[in-house]
Design a protein around this ligand. Structure first.
Ligand code: G3P
Length: 217
């Protein structure tokens, strides 16, 4: 399973990228706002650092403007995936941009039917938002499972990019279900390394070696 990092914070991307943990990056208008950066400039910097797909989202809602914005975004770098919303206009933009050979990530997906439409419109990635479904007491992971089944039933090659990932459980469950990609905030990716028994075991090892008075360096 690929890891994309869901942020526009350059330093945080760099830290994870240096460890080989970053297969791509996803941004959205809220993440751009949080970064305080210019969308084109920060996207250019991310694309120069990360070789995998970098999702940059359009800032309009009608198909023609989304297509024009998408064509401008793909000029930034060859690894741009144009992110469009899962609306009828977004699907039109997806069809046009994907037919032109560009990667398209269709975002704000909340149902299996929406995912089916995105695949038929030629999306490279579909982004179902797990956490936001959980927020309204629906099962985000069940959606990932249903999309996996549907895509496999018909051989769609659109990659399932699980988004709105908030917990370590989301990550492991997506891996078990067979999501192609998980995009998660840096803090969630880093917390995958945590386990209380690791901390407890390490504390005991450190105490025992200190008791012997030995040091390697
Ligand atoms: O990848 C989508 C993500 O940025 C949305 O996450 O936590 O705002 O639902 P969240």
């Amino acid at each position: 399973m690929k890891f994309f990092v869901d942020t526009a914070e350059i330093d945080q991307i760099r830290e994870l990228n240096d460890l080989g943990m970053v297969d791509g990056v996803t941004t959205n208008p809220s993440l751009i706002k949080k970064s305080g950066r210019d969308i084109i400039e920060v996207t250019k910097e991310i694309c120069a650092m990360v070789s995998g797909p970098v999702s940059a989202e359009v800032t309009s809602t009608d198909a023609d403007t989304m297509i024009a914005e998408g064509r401008k975004l793909v000029e930034i770098a060859p690894n741009i995936a144009v992110k469009v919303p899962l609306t009828w206009d977004g699907l039109k933009a997806c069809k046009t941009l994907s037919s032109e050979g560009h990667m398209v990530n269709v975002t704000l997906c909340f149902s299996a039917n929406q995912a089916l439409l995105a695949a038929k419109a030629g999306a490279s990635f579909i982004s179902p938002f797990i956490g936001r479904l959980d927020d309204i007491n629906l099962d985000g992971l069940e959606l990932i499972e249903n999309i996996r089944t549907i895509y496999d039933n018909y051989g769609f090659d659109t990659e399932i990019l699980a988004a709105s990932v908030r917990t370590t459980n989301h990550v492991s469950e997506c891996a078990l279900i067979g999501a192609d990609v998980v995009t998660a905030p840096p803090a969630v990716i880093k917390s995958l390394a945590n386990h209380p028994l690791t901390d407890k075991g390490l504390a005991a090892f450190m105490a025992d070696i200190a008791d012997t008075g030995q040091k390697i360096l």
